[in-house]
Design a protein. Structure first.
Lengths: 638, 233
């Protein structure tokens, strides 16, 4: 039974005892008081009649008259005059008196009063004795009315007390509710802190829980920052602050490897051709400053455009990869003009000269091949002395332009209208091989009975044509339908723009509310970048869906490790570690250390760590040893 | 052998003793329904602690007297008790003795201070006649109008005597402190009765004097309660 109910019971009991007790006591004491008064009246009246009779002539008429006068004008039930031998001389009995009180009351609280008795003298002789009983009915009436009144008052006081106790109880227990909520939150690994309540006992509990939350937060933060530094050391170029060659290559391969989402991209390598000259003229330190500036410019670019990643492949080469289809010339020129900014920042007459080679990236490509291809282009390039842009493999954009806007609109709309939609199922398994959920990328059949297009192929058009809301709703509906017909748990990818869209959130929660019993089999995952760029919106999204019973996770974790501590109080269910950390984990000691740290962070905030993009059995083995909770990718089969 | 035998028989005899005592007590209480009982030990101790050895002696004397009178006739009881109190007490006005205009003293107080006024005499005699097994019904405290001659000047004053009715119809005998001898009412031309009473109407049934507060007690009830507290019921 809840504390509130128990307190209520206790209060009701006490109130009942107090009001009931005082009710009974006051009735009994009134009864006793009235009975006493009646007793005194009996004996006093008997005495006064006896005194007056003793003084009077004792002829029967006078005696009779006196009795009548007394009886008729007073409240008597009985007056009797008896001679010394007990023989009745004269008596009066009132048989008509009635009480207004109900019979049960009279029986329950009987008023027992002794008759008044006094002796009458006739000179020295005994004349007789008078015995009288007062009429108790008027006393019973009085008592009955008083009892009713007290009962009403007791009831009124009881009701008022109940109301007041309710209010007071509410006030007292208000902090308790918050304390319980915090405790529950901590139980769900949401390490939240709340304001300390004023009540001493509650405060002690909250202080303890707050300090627990703060300690967790501190540990997680420290670990996250340590890992961030570790990652920076192993995966980033120390001078420019950009990704190093291997890590950049892994990222490209990771993007291409997400076959459902990747369709076509671009890669550009910009070579700082006069680095040797700059180094000679400016010296080592200044050159490093210049390289850092170039790094900053590229980093800023990636921040503004979430489809870009950038890296430094070697001493001379800077690279930018775009994972979305884009015109190669437009992309190349964008990077070229960004890099030219560096010359406007420099005071010296010396200018940094770049040679840019840009290539489209196809599904079947990989980083090593692309790098080779581009390096060959550098080698064969004739004009090495000016800022020029070469584009290789640029033909595909034309295909897209052929499929013009209206055609795409028609195709997408018809696919959505006729619900030609399918959710793929890629298993995410636990250490023991049990299914955790299915990753379910969406596919659309643009033409009836035609090819099923992957998200990577249509998502940029759907975004441009503002069909994403419709698509998202349809995906959720489809997922719900699948779950209704008995599917295993389904994980859905939610974009940053979706969590920022209140309409999407409303529709989503409504759909789930209507199918509440399926909620625990719905997993929503948002990319790490989107989470940290829109932390407030994500927090809201997370709390609403968690409240409905859904699972929420973050995917592609590995780029903003230093900020993972900020997730400590959200009650997330899982983190999916990006393929760039997972790839070749079996041979990469540094990434093993990084992953161990990530698992530790995840576990200390009660979150599962899941490895993305697992390909080989060796990777699987090492991942299990490290203590990852779940795995997914091409190498994972049910 | 002998010892163990004694041990064995002892509880039986104790039991018998208890039984016979219980029976005795039962009979005693039954026979005393109408009469008052007096705890003379308590009364004596109270007298000694409050008034000294003299008072204690008086109580012992009284105890002796009551015991002697157990089998005596009513007349004998009347005479002895009347004489006892007339001997032990002087007539003193309440104002002198108790510093109150009218104070009804208990027999213990009266014996203790060796004095009292008319109602103190009457009360003491009434109480101890009852203790000596004279039926309550035969006794009345009677307010009388008394005609006195002080230095041959006739004065009339309120007075109280104890009347004894051998039967309800008979002429009463008067126990008075003014005239020490017991005389029939007709011989007492100096007295004319006004009103008489005893404790009959007061202690019927549930005689719960203790349940009513002291302030609500009549003078008569009050003195009876104090007498009870002294050990006379």
């Amino acid at each position: 039974m809840s504390l509130i109910k128990q307190l209520w019971l206790a209060i009701l009991l006490v109130l009942l005892l107090a009001t009931g007790g005082s009710f009974v006591l006051s009735t009994l004491s009134s009864k006793n008081y009235l009975a006493q008064q009646l007793q005194i009246k009996n004996s006093d009246n008997a005495t006064s009649i006896a005194v007056s009779m003793s003084q009077m002539p004792k002829d029967p008429t006078t005696i009779d008259l006196l009795l009548s006068a007394e009886f008729d004008s007073g409240h008597y039930r009985y007056i009797g005059l008896r001679d010394p031998n007990g023989k009745v001389i004269s008596e009066r009995v009132n048989a008509n008196s009635q009480t207004k009180a109900p019979m049960w009351f009279v029986k329950l609280i009987p008023i027992k009063v002794q008759p008044g008795i006094a002796d009458i003298q006739d000179g020295w002789k005994q004349y007789g004795s008078i015995k009288l009983e007062s009429d108790a009915n008027f006393v019973i009436d009085k008592l009955w009315h008083a009892t009713l009144l007290i009962a009403i008052w007791a009831l009124a006081i009881g009701v008022v007390s109940c109301y007041l106790s309710g209010q007071i109880l509410k006030r007292i227990l208000k902090p308790l509710k918050e304390v319980v909520q915090q405790a529950k939150a901590i139980g769900e690994s949401r390490f939240i802190t709340i304001k300390e309540p004023k009540t001493k006992e509650f405060r002690a509990v909250v202080v303890a829980m707050n300090s627990l939350s703060n300690r967790i937060k501190k540990t997680v933060n420290e670990e996250a920052i340590r890992l961030d530094a570790l990652q920076f050391q192993t995966n980033f170029d120390q001078i420019s602050g950009l990704m190093n060659h291997d890590y950049f290559a892994k990222n490209i391969n990771g993007s291409i490897g997400r076959t459902e989402y990747f369709n076509e991209g671009n890669l550009i390598i910009s070579r700082l051709i006069n680095l040797a000259e700059i180094d000679q003229k400016l010296g080592f330190v200044e050159t490093n400053v210049l390289i850092k500036r170039i790094g900053n410019i590229l980093e800023q670019l990636c921040k503004n455009n979430t489809s870009f990643i950038c890296g430094r492949l070697g001493g001379l080469d800077f690279a930018v990869f775009c994972k979305k289809p884009m015109d190669a010339y437009a992309f190349g020129n964008q990077i070229k003009s960004e890099l030219e900014k560096i010359n406007r920042m420099e005071h010296t007459l010396l200018t940094a000269q770049f040679l840019h080679v840009c290539s489209k990236v196809k599904k079947e490509d990989n980083a090593a091949l692309l790098f080779d291809l581009i390096h060959q282009a550098f080698d064969t390039s004739t004009n090495n002395n000016e800022n020029s842009l070469h584009v290789i493999n640029q033909n595909l954009m034309a295909d897209y332009q052929n499929n013009d806007r209206t055609k795409w609109l028609r195709l997408l709309t018809s696919a959505l209208d006729y619900k030609r939609i399918r959710l793929e199922q890629y298993p995410v398994i636990s250490q023991t091989g049990a299914l955790l959920h299915y990753e379910s990328p969406v596919r659309l059949q643009l033409m009836p009975d035609g090819k099923w297009f992957t998200a990577g192929e249509f998502i940029s058009w759907a975004t441009q044509l503002k069909l994403m809301n419709r698509l998202d709703e349809l995906v959720l509906e489809t997922a719900v339908n699948m779950l209704e017909s008995g599917s295993q748990p389904i994980g859905l990818n939610i974009s940053a723009s979706a969590i920022c869209n209140p309409h999407f959130l409303e529709t989503t929660t409504n759909i789930i509310k209507n199918n509440q019993y399926l909620a625990h089999r719905l997993y929503f995952e948002v990319p790490e970048q989107g989470v940290f760029d829109h932390l407030v919106e994500f927090r809201n999204f997370c709390s609403q869906l968690k409240a409905l019973g859904c699972k929420v996770g973050v995917e592609h974790v590995g780029f903003r490790i230093g900020r993972l501590g900020e997730l400590h109080d959200m009650g997330l269910d899982y983190l999916k570690i990006d393929v760039s950390v997972i790839r070749d984990i079996d041979s990469n000691q540094a990434n093993q250390a990084l992953l161990r740290g990530l698992c530790m962070i995840a576990h200390s905030i009660g979150v599962m760590a899941i490895a993305e993009g697992v390909q080989t059995a060796d990777e699987l083995e090492v991942l299990k040893q490290i203590g990852v909770d779940g795995m997914t990718g091409a190498g994972v089969r049910m | 052998m002998l010892i163990s035998f004694t041990k064995n028989t002892r509880p039986i005899s104790l039991c018998k003793t208890l039984k016979s005592w219980g029976l005795f007590l039962l009979l005693l209480s039954a026979s005393c329904i109408n009469a008052a009982s007096c705890d003379f030990d308590k009364l004596g101790n109270l007298a000694r602690s409050r008034y000294g050895e003299e008072a204690y002696k008086s109580i012992s004397e009284l105890n002796q007297l009551v015991r002697q009178l157990k089998q005596a006739s009513d007349i004998e009881k009347l005479t002895q008790i009347n004489n006892f109190f007339n001997r032990k007490m002087r007539f003193v006005d309440d104002i002198e003795l108790w510093n109150k205009v009218d104070y009804w003293a208990t027999p213990l107080e009266s014996i203790g201070v060796q004095g009292g006024d008319c109602e103190d005499f009457s009360i003491a005699k009434y109480i101890f006649l009852k203790v000596a097994n004279v039926a309550n019904d035969k006794l009345r405290l009677t307010y009388v109008r008394a005609v006195l001659y002080k230095q041959d000047i006739k004065t009339v004053r309120g007075h109280m005597v104890l009347s004894y009715y051998a039967t309800p119809q008979s002429e009463p005998l008067i126990l008075d402190n003014l005239i020490p001898n017991i005389m029939p009412a007709s011989a007492r031309t100096d007295l004319s009765p006004v009103f008489s009473f005893n404790d009959k109407g007061l202690w019927v049934g549930n005689s719960n004097a203790s349940s009513s507060s002291q302030a609500s007690l009549s003078r008569w009830r009050d003195v009876l309660a104090r007498i009870k507290a002294d050990g006379i019921e």
